[in-house]
Design a protein. Structure first.
Lengths: 569, 269
């Protein structure tokens, strides 16, 4: 089937197209240069056309989502809709049901989302849940930062064996890249402790976060994976944590990149939670300028923000000790899980309110980072869904970024408290994003950071993943009309995935199965076999499951999109 | 003033849901509107006339001028008066689950028994039940930590388990007995129980007051003896007689008050 999207105003940052009126054509699910005269015409005159959205960091599938839904029925009762001819009924606000997750991303024009924390032991479940989410291609990142084998290799500085282990584990779990959460901290949580800073060793291991980070970064580059290490640093949400963040980024600076599909060697996730100065919540100040300054000066770093959306949400992360701190802070119900040799996790409901000084401060720190980081290619828009807020608020964040007036208004009329400008530099920043920068931080940069070679651009040969928004960029002044911006980006005029129209005028009109993106490393098989032989005794001794039941078999990922990489190339 | 009388003619096995039939939504409705209305029953809808005879008298300018009378055994009608903001509903019979849930104003009278979750998350208004109710009267939604925050529940019969769970405002009066864990997790508001209580009132309570005029089975260990008070005054309401006052729940460092009739609970002295 051939289509032509006619007369749209195209923003395609990867191809340096910024607001050009042109046609976009696609055929059999791929973007093409030309179509025949039989092509079906979709008239999008003067509407914004972008590649479909790519979310680089969210929590949408896996056991902690299920625990979240089970223990927060009061969240599930929000956002309930009746089923339609196309859609199943939806439920949930911060932790929507699987179908709702797919539909809501589709309505915003997104087609690709990263599930940013997959415990290898729970990988099967994560993949099962991915198959239950419609309309999205999902990239799961297995957790490696507190894995016993990883810590052992890091301690002994055996990078090649670590690379073989990673390569084997990506195959076993069908994962895309390396996620690191609070390196050594979650392991310490197994003993009721945490680590502070990157040079604080995990108890009983005598290995530090710095060693783990460096070893995993080296292994990542040895294999030449499409994504860099994806790091949630130590000390999340602690006042005075920005030096930890900068040290984390700096400790892998000398490691040489070994991939042509991406620019970075480290991706810092939810940077907002890691950019605080001061010593306690009493004297906390923003450290966003320091973190942004480091990122501006160092091209080996990319980040996403984790913007606070001022909602009641459900925090969930593999950072077990941090979740316990949060539970101590707000007194609300807490779920905790230890994942044997691998990681842990915690869940706590949280109300980020504009009436609370701390939430207002965090809201401002996130925006400050957005506005201080100069190169949009180093930056992605996220809320660390659902940790800082649900993903359905992305359009609202876009409206804040495009309107200094709206931000000022929120500070003036006390929608956020005075800490938003007294403790941060937000009040002095009047930068406003244009549509091209928005297109970069919501799709193009994320696709580049993940090394995707089939999406995030409107290049011929790429997947026909396209979003059309009902806005005329020559007509609208985003600075003055934030509500219109929010509405348009939340209700795509068209969401097209692999050439199929999934959303029309903000309504889901078609549901397709999801795909799983994972990385298959070739040319490292010998080393993998050697490593597997070595670690099997440990595996048999300490895991509660048999190795035969550990692997994610092919039927758990019925629609895979496999990125094959040649190790070392 | 508009009087809407619904007389039950057939009791459904599967519960009807009445949260759309509240004065706020029906004050403009004529008889024909009710006759055209399809009421949710399970996962489908059926004509309201299958179950009720409908009479409508008078007119109303606003919801406050509406009086709805449900005649007959509404023991399989859920969500009566749920989320209502004004007006009056009288049930001449029993009511099923969630009667008066999330109501914000107006008045509901149940001249029979009410099932569990009566007055769940009430914010205002008055719910009067002549008979008994069961579990979770005046409580929170499952999983939530924010319960009833305002209004008044007057219960002439007995209450079940976890009365006023997570109560954060408003008043609950129980004429009869009460089962375990009245006022669990409460942090504000007032509960008065005239009859006997099985055990553990005020578990995990942070604040607010519970007054028990009858006999208590087992007191919770987290309740710390404070003093004997004569004719106590609680939130501006005065009570006559001698009461044993406890503060708790110690487990959550609570500052709530539990008043126990001294005459009937001599073994605690």
């Amino acid at each position: 089937m051939e289509y032509i999207l006619k007369n749209g105003i195209v923003y395609d940052p990867a191809n340096n197209i910024a607001g050009e009126k042109k046609d976009v054509m696609f055929k059999d699910g791929k973007i093409v240069e030309n179509v025949s005269s039989d092509a079906k015409v979709l008239d999008v005159t003067d509407k914004i056309v972008m590649p479909a959205g790519v979310d680089p960091h969210a929590h949408v599938a896996g056991p902690k989502l299920v625990v979240g839904r089970l223990y927060r029925p009061e969240d599930s009762r929000k956002g309930v809709t009746h089923k339609t001819d196309v859609c199943r009924s939806e439920s949930g606000f911060s932790i929507p049901s699987c179908p709702a997750t797919g539909y809501r991303y589709s309505r915003m024009g997104y087609t690709t989302v990263t599930e940013a924390a997959m415990p290898p032991l729970e990988a099967k479940h994560t993949h099962e849940e991915i198959t239950a989410i419609p309309n999205l291609d999902i990239t799961p990142l297995p957790l490696f930062g507190n894995n016993w084998f990883v810590m052992q290799y890091a301690k002994e500085d055996k990078i090649e064996e670590l690379a073989a282990f990673i390569s084997a584990w990506l195959k076993l779990t069908k994962g895309y890249g390396i996620k690191i959460v609070n390196p050594c901290g979650t392991e310490a949580w197994g003993w009721g402790m945490n680590v502070h800073g990157i040079d604080d060793p995990a108890p009983h291991w005598d290995v530090t976060g710095r060693e783990v980070l460096r070893a995993l970064a080296q292994a990542n580059e040895m294999l030449g994976l499409p994504h860099s290490i994806h790091v949630h640093p130590n000390d999340l949400g602690h006042p005075g944590n920005f030096p930890t963040t900068v040290n984390t980024l700096d400790c892998v600076k000398d490691i040489e990149k070994n991939s042509s599909v991406r620019d970075q060697t480290i991706h810092l996730t939810h940077a907002q939670f890691h950019s605080y100065a001061g010593t306690s919540w009493r004297d906390v100040e923003s450290g966003a300028d320091k973190v942004a300054d480091y990122i501006n000066k160092n091209k080996h770093v990319t980040c996403d923000i984790g913007q606070i959306t001022l909602d009641e949400t459900t925090t969930m992360t593999a950072d077990g000790p941090m979740e316990f701190d949060l539970h101590q802070l707000n007194g609300l119900k807490w779920a905790n899980k230890d994942i044997e040799l691998e990681t842990g996790s915690g869940i706590v409901p949280f109300i980020y309110s504009g009436k609370a000084p701390v939430s207002s401060f965090q809201w401002a720190v996130g925006l400050e980072l957005f506005l201080l980081i100069k190169d949009p290619w180093q930056l992605c828009l996220t809320t660390d869904h659902p940790h800082a807020g649900p993903f359905i608020r992305y359009p609202r964040i876009i409206s804040w970024l495009m309107s200094a007036e709206r931000r000022q208004e929120m500070m003036d009329n006390l929608e956020v408290r005075v800490w938003s400008y007294k403790r941060t530099g937000l009040g002095t920043l009047d930068r406003e994003y244009d549509f091209n920068e928005i297109a970069t931080i919501t799709r193009a940069s994320a696709a580049r950071i993940y090394g995707y070679q089939d999406r995030g651009e409107l290049t011929p040969g790429y997947n026909a993943d396209i979003a059309v928004y009902d806005l005329n960029p020559n007509d609208i002044d985003p600075s003055k009309e934030p509500a219109a911006i929010e509405k348009a980006f939340g209700n795509a005029m068209y969401t097209i995935k692999n050439g199929e129209i999934l959303v029309k005028d903000g309504e889901v009109v078609k549901v397709v199965p999801s795909h799983t993106l994972w990385t298959d490393v070739k040319g490292f098989e010998e080393q993998e076999n050697a490593v597997m032989e070595k670690i099997m005794p440990t595996f048999r001794r300490f895991y509660t499951v048999k190795f035969e039941n550990y692997k994610v078999h092919d039927h758990f990922a019925p629609n895979p999109i496999v990125t094959e990489v040649q190790a070392g190339k | 003033m508009k009087t809407i009388t619904l007389t039950l003619k057939k009791k459904s096995q599967i519960a009807l849901e009445f949260d759309e039939l509240i004065p706020d939504k029906v004050f403009t409705w004529e008889k024909a509107d009710f006759e055209n209305y399809q009421v949710p029953v399970g996962n489908r809808r059926f004509p309201l006339t299958d179950y009720f005879d409908i009479e409508v008298e008078g007119t109303a300018e606003n919801p406050a001028e509406v009086k709805m009378i449900l005649d007959g055994d509404c023991g399989r009608v859920k969500y009566i008066g749920s989320k209502m903001g004004a007006g009056e509903i009288i049930v001449n019979g029993d009511a099923d689950l969630h009667c008066g849930a999330e109501m914000e104003g107006g008045k509901i009278t149940v001249n029979g028994h009410a099932e569990s979750y009566a007055g769940r998350e009430m914010k205002g208004g008055e719910l009067e039940i002549m008979g008994n109710t069961r579990e979770f009267c005046g409580c929170s939604y499952i999983g939530d930590w924010r319960g009833m925050s305002g209004g008044k529940i007057i219960l002439h019969g007995s209450a079940g388990k976890q009365l006023g769970e997570c109560l954060s405002g408003g008043e609950i009066y129980v004429g009869g007995d009460c089962d375990i864990l009245a006022g669990i997790h409460m942090n504000k508001g007032f509960i008065q129980i005239d009859g006997d209580v099985t055990r553990w009132p005020g578990g995990q309570m942070k604040n607010g007051n519970i007054l028990i005029k009858g006999k208590l089975g087992i007191l919770l260990e987290g309740m710390v003896f404070d003093e004997i008070v004569k004719d106590p005054v609680i939130d501006g309401k005065s009570f006559s007689g001698k009461y044993i006052k406890y503060t708790g729940d110690l487990a959550v460092n609570g500052k709530g008050g539990l008043y126990l009739n001294a005459e009937k609970n001599r073994e605690y002295l």
